[in-house]
Design a protein around this ligand. Structure first.
Ligand code: B12
Length: 437
């Protein structure tokens, strides 16, 4: 393998972790294109289809000067183990962490990494790598010249004189986001990803972002990277990216936006354009249940939307209020009907055991989840992600760890009995499966 200046690692191992949904990582693909545009030789190392030992050997063979590791919930242990082993094998390399979990716990990851980039790392992380590599300085000497302010590298956290120093992260403007090169999708193992999806549901699915951020403030949600400022991408860029995706052989898009139906003018423009381009591609998206119109849902169907994932959360208006969801049960009923009428499949997310809700509210939610006749449902207990209001509201268990997948188990001190709730959820899920034949 050729030597690389920067290697960006996605520390997810299909062989070691539970199998569910897989996509080539988009964040590090974007950063890689930006590094390449800045004439920095960069590679993506996606561990998904590798085993740990092969990954270590192949990364070391690239002799990177900078190793960047993405960290989100469930990947913390893998990321730290990789960093420790790689540091033994390539001690001269600089190790940098980024991504959603690293962004909320920079001090924790600075115990292992030389630096953490918090929040949106576009533009500033590639600039940091390029400046550092060109400087020929040691990292300590280079960092000594960097101010801890927006004039330095927004989002950069390091340890200086024994204390954590950080430049506050910033949200990039729509104009800047639209000026970025498309993510480098060429390096992904498309054969393995497509084989996985064909076996799973007969499609060849990959992820695409059409917008960033969500202005809503649901208490259980954390928005560690893109925050509350909704920024749609330019349609030109989106369509160009879908052409690339089609050329790579994919036929189905998972729109990974925080909330795709946030701005209905944008949704309408996207659907019109997709329809005109005749790209012959189906897609799914995540939608809120309020403010939809029959017209927009029909346009989505006409443009290839095959499934909408709806954040229904609770069948009880008082609980929706506790969640600060700003929707009503009636909005949910209407939204499910609109999608069903348009021939779009529906999947619903429900939460039971929310702090402060009653047993009657839980029973109502479980009953409602079955009554809606959706195509897929997912029911879980709250999962307070760091950065969410819920996280600050509850007392986390000492053993709560972000490596565990979201199983039906409280990771905080709850007033509900998790075994009883898990049994209730199991009954509801089994009735749901029976209803689907
Ligand atoms: C697609 C997606 C998935 C996919 C796969 C992830 C993937 N391949 O990217 C699937 C559906 C499998 C998934 C599953 C889960 N997900 Co998810 N997912 C997303 C989603 C919707 C989009 C990710 C994406 O592509 N973003 C677009 C790119 C451009 O952003 P990015 O990856 O964050 O990259 C930017 C920065 O983070 C940074 N950066 C990224 N990598 C690096 C590396 C370095 C070195 C540096 C310096 C910077 C850096 O720079 C990038 C550009 O600004 C996000 C929400 C979101 N809007 O981002 C949630 C999100 C990442 N998921 C989340 C969660 C909780 C989960 C689950 C645990 C859910 C569950 N309960 O089961 C699972 C576990 C996954 C697993 N594999 O173990 C949380 C993570 C929270 C946290 N604090 O870690 C998020 C943020 C959603 C949320 N609001 O809570 N997810």
């Amino acid at each position: 393998m050729l030597q690389k200046d920067v290697v960006l690692i996605y520390p997810y191992f299909l062989t070691r972790d539970a199998d569910h949904i897989l996509f080539p990582p988009l964040g590090i693909a974007g950063l890689t294109s930006q590094l390449q545009e800045a004439a920095v030789d960069a590679a993506i190392y996606d561990c998904t289809f590798k085993n740990f030992e092969t990954a270590l050997r192949e990364i070391v063979s690239l002799k990177p000067k900078i190793v960047g590791i993405y960290i989100m919930a469930t990947m913390s242990h893998n990321a730290i183990t990789l960093q420790i082993k790689l540091k033994e094998l390539i001690p001269e390399a600089v190790f940098i962490a980024g991504g959603p979990l690293a962004s909320v716990y920079p001090a924790k990851y600075l115990r292992h990494f030389d630096a953490v980039f918090c929040g949106e790392a576009d533009v500033h992380f590639p600039r940091f790598c390029s400046d550092y590599l060109r400087s020929k300085l040691t990292l300590t000497d280079f960092l000594a010249l960097v101010p801890n302010s927006e004039e330095g590298y927004p989002g950069l956290a390091t340890i200086k004189a024994g204390t954590v120093q950080q430049s506050p992260p910033i949200h990039l403007s729509t104009a800047i986001l639209n000026s970025l090169p498309l993510p480098d999708r060429r390096q992904a193992d498309h054969h393995s990803y497509q084989k996985f999806w064909l076996n799973k549901n007969g499609t060849k699915t990959t992820a695409l972002m059409t917008s960033y951020g969500c202005p809503h403030d649901c208490n259980f949600c954390s928005r560690p990277i893109f925050g509350r400022s909704f920024r749609p991408r330019s349609l030109e860029k989106i369509i160009e990216e879908i052409h690339v995706i089609r050329e790579l052989g994919y036929d189905y898009l998972w729109l990974a936006d925080d909330c795709f139906t946030q701005n209905l003018d944008f949704v309408a423009a996207f659907c019109q354009r997709l329809h005109l381009e005749n790209l012959d591609i189906k897609w799914s998206c995540l939608s809120r249940v309020d403010s939809l119109t029959p017209g927009i849902v029909q346009m989505m169907a006409g443009a290839g939307c095959a499934k909408a994932y709806l954040g229904l959360e609770s069948g009880d208006n008082a609980t929706l209020k506790l969640m600060n969801k700003h929707t009503l049960v009636e909005d949910g009923v209407r939204a499910v009907q609109l999608f069903q009428d348009a021939g779009i499949k529906t999947a619903g997310f429900f939460i039971v055991g929310y702090p402060g809700e009653s047993q009657t509210s839980i029973d109502r939610t479980l009953k409602w989840a079955l009554e809606l006749s959706m195509d897929e449902i997912s029911i879980n207990v709250p999962y307070p992600l760091p950065g969410s209001k819920l996280y600050n509201q509850v007392k986390m268990l000492d053993e709560a760890d972000w490596d565990k997948e979201n199983e039906i188990k409280f990771i905080y001190h709850s007033e509900f009995d998790s075994k009883k709730l898990a049994a209730q959820i199991a009954v509801a899920m089994s009735k749901f499966k029976q209803s689907k034949g």
